[in-house]
Design a binder for this molecule. Structure first.
Ligand SMILES: C[S@@+](CC[C@H](N)C(=O)[O-])C[C@H]1O[C@@H](n2cnc3c(N)ncnc32)[C@H](O)[C@@H]1O
Length: 284
């Protein structure tokens, strides 16, 4: 059965609630319904991680559709995102498959080709072993067939494929300093490339992850916003969850709009954002 208009779950969507917190806007609503109300060409950066359709245990949202239904829904959201993005905007889409559904992120990327350019494909590395040392955290896969899943995709999609980025704003120092003078660089900084090692913070229990099964670390949206590199950017997350993207927008001096279906997650986002704003205030 196709999802009823404006709802991925087929259930009646809740009444929209909008709340401004400083320069940011938090919305409890179905993202398709909310996006349709938004002005065209208004958003600088979209950073989002939608449900992956792999059966994660969200509080209310059911993360299991048929593959066709899921891809059609994602495309409907993506079309709205294309409309609300500025022509020079960036859309960072974080997604991963599972051992049972390994093709899904790629199927989605191929469908997205109808409307977006894939300007960069970044790998978000959550855990890595270098020689005999291991850094970061991962969920072990208990199987003789499959490897632990240590990375996720971060598709950087744009309307034109020609969006200029502030690569050095997330750059790294040269290892070999002689490259700076030899290659005529102005500073000791080079492009970091498309593999980003961003580990999760160590947590002791689910409460420290806000009782949400699928958050990303604040550093991930922060790097996306900085890479896009527009001052006072309007940053949108249509699947806001616990508000990580809005906390990142606050930290980067940007304005955030977050949309989330589940009222309990909106409440967490509101509290996290208020705390981040409090911590940002200069001491009196
Ligand atoms: C992968 S999580 C995002 C987590 C977020 N990045 C964070 O760090 O907290 C996806 C979120 O989308 C929400 N969601 C599912 N369907 C939605 C819809 N139609 N509109 C808005 N939010 C939706 C789920 O409740 C879930 O919190």
């Amino acid at each position: 059965m196709a999802p009823r208009s404006g709802s991925a779950t087929g259930t009646r969507p809740p009444r929209a609630v909008r709340q401004a917190i400083g320069p940011h806007l938090l919305v409890r609503n179905d993202c398709l319904r909310e996006l349709r109300r938004m002005e065209a060409d208004s958003v600088d950066v979209v950073v989002t991680s939608p449900p992956y359709n792999i059966g994660l245990g969200y509080r209310t949202y059911r993360d299991r559709m048929s593959e066709t239904q899921y891809l059609d829904w994602m495309m409907a959201v993506a079309r709205e995102l294309h409309r609300v993005m500025r022509p020079d905007g960036s859309f960072f889409l974080n997604i991963a498959g599972s051992s049972a559904q390994p093709w899904l992120p790629f199927e989605l990327a191929v469908r997205l080709r109808e409307i977006f350019h894939l300007q960069n494909h970044i790998s978000w590395i959550k855990s890595i072993s270098v020689h005999d040392d291991t850094y970061g955290h991962f969920k072990p896969v208990n199987s003789a067939r499959y490897l632990h899943r240590n990375h996720e995709h971060l598709f950087h999609l744009t309307r034109s494929g020609t969006v200029e980025l502030s690569r050095l704003d997330i750059g790294v120092p040269y290892k070999d300093k002689s490259n700076i003078a030899r290659r005529g660089h102005e500073q000791d900084r080079r492009c970091r490339g498309d593999t980003w090692f961003i580990p999760y913070e160590t947590v002791r229990d689910k409460a420290q992850k806000f009782n949400h099964p699928g958050t990303f670390p604040v550093q991930l949206p922060r790097m996306c916003i900085r890479l896009h590199g527009r001052p006072d950017a309007l940053v949108l997350d249509p699947f806001m969850g616990t508000g990580t993207t809005l906390v990142a927008a606050q930290a980067e001096g940007a304005r955030g709009v977050g949309i989330e279906l589940d009222a309990a997650y909106v409440k967490v986002a509101r509290e996290r954002l208020k705390l981040a704003m409090e911590q940002d205030k200069p001491p009196v």
